[in-house]
Design a binder for this molecule. Structure first.
Ligand code: NAD
Ligand code: KPL
Length: 305
């Protein structure tokens, strides 16, 4: 069964390379300009694995308008592009198609699920790290794992999960994926905007522990209000632990701003604030953080949403 991977950025290339190396049939679905570029390079994907071994792979690719039906679709776009990308490919999906969403933050998953209410939508939350040193030249930079689950609690693990595990793709089925998403959202709210505002690596945020504690308190109230008390536990300590463990890294939001790309702000602090409003929670720290981040983005000529 072919894996169709929508989006040839860092994570799309990482998944494509590992699946192909494991002997799985893979096809990339690219935007017209990206497809042209990929084809001009003889459909070659360069991949550097965690052991620094380089692989030159050749993969078939197409754009969304091709006609063959899709059984398994991995959506590897940014959060703000996911719903549009799935809408563009909707005509190739059928009732037994499965969609795996790799987006960070919360909100894009619900947008996609609303577009395809009749299909199985699997949500993934990944701590892996990958980046592109050039287009279609992907480096697997950080070992991590991917937790997957269905938005609806009745979802069951797909039979291909074992195939991924055999292919050394560390992944695990979670009967309740929402707590995983909420916990990661809270950590991303505490780290990503501050790395942009202070223009620093994750590790330097240790100097801002007091601010992080204030923000974490508001986020804990939010998590409790939305029924995610477990995700609220030890949040400040965990955030500082992540800051310590990823001290040398630049957050994904920092990288986006440096490269002049739209950030996922609406699906991180934007989503958290929207939920605070829905719950009637007063969250001055989060509001100020979000506004400061928006201002920073506008100053750089980037979208503030
Ligand atoms: P990226 O910007 O490198 O790649 C996204 C790709 O999707 C781009 O190449 C873009 O052109 C393409 N795209 C957008 N709309 C498209 C469409 N309609 N059709 C075809 N292609 C389309 O982003 P990324 O780093 O790969 O991240 C993808 C998601 O995974 C994000 O939500 C990110 O937060 C999350 N994530 C990334 C990492 C990582 O290490 N890169 C780790 C964990 C989670
Ligand atoms: O997930 C991350 C991100 O950068 O988006 C953290 C955990 C902050 C690591 O950099």
């Amino acid at each position: 069964m072919t894996w169709h991977i929508l989006g040839g950025g860092s994570l799309g290339c990482l998944w494509a390379a590992r699946l192909q190396l494991a002997g799985q049939p893979v096809r990339l679905i690219l935007r017209p300009a990206a497809l042209e570029r990929f084809q001009a390079g003889a459909n070659q994907l360069l991949f550097t694995d965690l052991q620094q071994q380089q692989h030159a792979l050749t993969l078939p690719a197409e754009n969304a308008t091709a006609s063959p039906p899709i059984q398994r679709l991995i959506v590897a776009t940014k959060a703000h592009a996911a719903a549009c990308a799935v809408a563009d490919i909707r005509h190739r999906l059928h009732p037994s198609s499965q969609i795996v969403l790799l987006q960070n933050g919360i909100g894009s998953q619900q947008e996609v699920a609303a577009l395809v209410p009749d299909l199985q939508v699997i949500i993934a939350s990944s701590t892996e790290g990958a980046w592109l040193q050039a287009p279609f030249n992907c480096v697997h930079a950080g070992n991590g794992h991917t937790q997957m689950g269905s938005l609806h609690s009745h979802g069951t693990a797909p039979d291909w999960l074992a195939t991924l595990q055999q292919a050394d793709i560390a992944c695990q089925w979670q009967h309740a994926i929402l707590p995983v998403l909420w916990r990661k959202l809270a950590i991303n709210c505490l780290i990503n905007p501050l790395t942009v505002i202070h223009q620093c690596r994750n590790g330097e945020l240790a100097q801002h522990a007091e601010h992080i504690n204030l923000l974490a308190t508001e986020l804990q109230h939010l998590l409790q209000a939305v029924g995610q008390s477990e995700a609220a536990q030890d949040l400040p300590t965990t955030a500082l632990q992540v800051i310590h463990n990823t001290a040398a890294n630049h957050s994904s939001m920092w990288q986006d701003t440096q490269q002049g790309r739209r950030t996922e702000i609406s699906y991180i602090t934007g989503f958290a604030l929207q939920q605070c409003q829905l719950q009637g929670l007063n969250c001055p720290q989060l509001t100020a953080l979000h506004r400061q981040l928006q201002q920073h983005l506008r100053q750089r000529g980037l979208p503030d949403h």
